[in-house]
Structure formats: C-alpha cells, structure tokens
Design a binder for this molecule. Structure first.
Ligand code: UT7
Length: 326
C-alpha cells in the first residue's frame, strides 16, 4: 500500500526528539557474559555499545520523554495533540496500548491513541497512519513515537541476537500544513507474512510454555533487507518523480552498519550524508529512525528544506520507506 499525497494538506515534521536509558553497555562488558568479542560485533554489525533500560525505564517512560522532547523542539504544547501513535514490539502491557499510557503521562485527555506493531518497520508504518489522518483532516497534530525495550525480550545467553539490540525511544510531532509546503511526500509499506519465521518473538501474553525471546535467522534477514530496501527506496523516489541525486539525507533503520553503508553507496550519497547511530545505540527497532533523526536535526546536520529518505525492514516480514521534505 502506498499513499502519495495529492490533496490540500500535508503532514509537516514540526519537531523531533529522542530519549535513551541511562545505562550504557559496551561490547567489552557483553563479552564478559556471552562468548563474543568487541572485534566480532564491530566487524559484523558496526555496533560498539547499546543502552539498556532499568526497570523503571519502560516503553511508556522512554516514549513519553521522547515525545516531550519532540513537543519542546516544535514549541507546541501537549494540549494541541490530537493523536498519539506509538510503534513498539515491547509494550508495557497487552492493553491498554503504550500510546494511551504515554498520552496520560503527557496529561492529554482528548483525541485518540493506539499502538502499531510492525517490529523494526513500526515507525514507518506509524508515519503512514499519521500522514493519512492528517491529510484526511482527522487530526491536526499527531505524535508519532517509536519506543522499545528489546532488552526484555532478548535471550541473554544467545550471542547471535543479544549483542544486536538496544533500548530507546524517538518521536516526531507532525502537524497539518499546506500540501505545497514541506512535509511527508509519500510513505510506502509492504509486508510478507510468509517470511514471518525469519524474525519473531517466540510467545505472547498467556503462552507460558513458550520462551518469549526474540529469534532471528540473521543471514536470511540480511539478504531480504538488501533486496527489499533497495526496491522500496526506488519505489518512493519514482512515486515523487525524484532521483537518487535529489536525496540530501538517508536516515535508515539502524540494524547493521553493512546494510546502511550498502544503501548509502547505492544512492551515491557521500558517507557524511548518511545518519548512523547503530555504533552507539545498536538496533533499537521502531525507535531507531526517530532517534537518528533527532540526533541529526539536533546537531544541525539536517536543515529545513532538506530531502530526507527513511527506510526500514523488520519482523513480519515488514518493510517500508518514507520521503520527507524536512
Ligand atoms: O532490525 C531488523 C532487521 N534485522 C537485520 O537487518 C539483521 C540482519 N542480519 C545481520 O545483521 C547479520 O546477519 C548478523 C549481524 C545478525 C550476523 O552476521 P553474519 O555475518 O550474517 O554472521 P553469521 O550469522 O553468518 O555468523 C558467522 C559466525 C558463526 O560462526 P560459524 O558458524 O561460522 O562458526 C556464528 O556462530 O559468527 C558466529 N557468531 C558470533 N561470534 C561471536 C554469531 N554471533 C556471534 C557473536 N560473537 N555475537
């Protein structure tokens, strides 16, 4: 499914924000617990450290801090928010949705709020939903949040997965603006459930006989990522009559440095035009794109008017891309 905005409204990125847990865990520290090494993790993934949530740093807690940062960045008060859409695979409870908990934490008592479950593609899926609500006139200000505590679903004795992920949250405040102005140009979503067993969490609420741990066939996911992300990026550019050379910034999902670098090269982008956080955050799933965006906007790299390409692939299998004029 894709949405290419024709009508009178466009979803503008008014503010961005991120929040990371306090505790940083280096590769060296992990290597004291599982049979791995800093050298292996850096060579295969580019990851050097990750942040791991303390018990009080829940998906709600991290998501609310990121949302507050996005509101501050936009200079918009929480009372203006019409909808909270939160992407997560690690909600604090089966229900109510973590989005509703965040809404309450921000003191918002109007509008609507719900979670999106699309694993690492969750933020792109949530952007698509927010974009549609704004363009249809159903909401003027939408908080789009990715908030994850993967440390709670990792098998810490499985070195093939536990070294790859980290916790964190990122958020955009989107606001309705004129269709001819800046904002989300289009969002493109895909899913193929036949590939669901390549990356999944073994269990759900009430299934006590299952482990509840993340399981991944890493090499196969890697192969799908390279092919599917290339195709969806081409789809996004073609839908807008744009060329690779028009892209100012690649803000990709941060799963593996090799996948990110490959996409940067494919687009012909100079390395400094690719926003990389995987070295410090590891893979924060649905939080990785808004966290990367918050960093690059915060330090002044991404400027108003720049063309930003976002892409992600994850469990489902789900994947997607979004193009935005910041
Ligand atoms: O965010 C959702 C999307 N996820 C992704 O895009 C992830 C995609 N996949 C990947 O990023 C990579 O496949 C991984 C980083 C997960 C793995 O890298 P790889 O180069 O595909 O390694 P591999 O799985 O082929 O493993 C190579 C070797 C194996 O040993 P043998 O069989 O060759 O003796 C593994 O047992 O590395 C071993 N290994 C490790 N060694 C040290 C696996 N994990 C570790 C580890 N430390 N942590």
């Amino acid at each position: 499914m894709s949405l290419v905005s024709p009508p009178a409204l466009r979803a503008r990125i008014l503010g961005v924000g991120g929040h990371l847990p306090e505790r940083c865990v280096t590769n060296e520290e992990l290597a004291t617990r599982v049979e791995t090494s800093d050298a292996w993790i850096v060579e295969r993934t580019g990851i050097r450290q990750r942040y791991i949530a303390a018990p009080h740093e829940t998906a709600t807690f991290l998501g609310a801090r990121a949302a507050e940062a996005a509101l501050r960045d936009a200079g918009v008060g929480a009372e203006a928010v019409d909808a909270v859409i939160l992407a997560t695979s690690t909600p604090d409870e089966a229900f109510p949705a973590t989005a509703v908990r965040v809404q309450a934490a921000l003191g918002i008592r109007r509008g609507f709020a719900f979670d999106v479950a699309a694993a690492c593609s969750g933020f792109v899926y949530a952007l698509a939903a927010a974009d549609a609500f704004i363009r249809q006139g159903m909401a003027r200000h939408v908080l789009v949040i990715g908030s994850e505590v993967y440390s709670r679903i990792l098998d810490w004795s499985d070195r093939t997965t536990c070294v790859l992920f980290g916790d964190g949250a990122g958020a955009f405040l989107l606001g309705a603006g004129p269709a001819e102005g800046p904002g989300l140009l289009s969002v493109h979503l895909h899913a193929d459930g036949a590939l669901g067993d390549l990356l999944y969490v073994d269990g759900a609420v009430g299934q006590r006989e299952r482990s509840g741990f993340l399981r991944m066939k890493g090499q196969e996911v890697f192969r799908h990522a390279v092919v599917k992300l290339a195709a969806v990026v081409d789809e996004a550019l073609a839908a807008n009559g744009l060329d690779k050379a028009d892209v100012d910034w690649l803000v990709p999902h941060q799963a593996n440095r090799r996948i990110i670098d490959g996409m940067g090269k494919r687009l012909g982008l100079a390395p400094e035009r690719v926003v990389v956080t995987v070295d410090r955050h590891a893979n924060t799933s649905a939080a990785s794109i808004p966290l990367a965006m918050a960093e690059a906007v915060g330090d002044g790299r991404i400027q108003r008017g720049d063309l930003v390409l976002m892409e992600a692939l994850g469990g489902g299998m789900t994947w997607g891309a979004a193009l935005a004029r910041y």
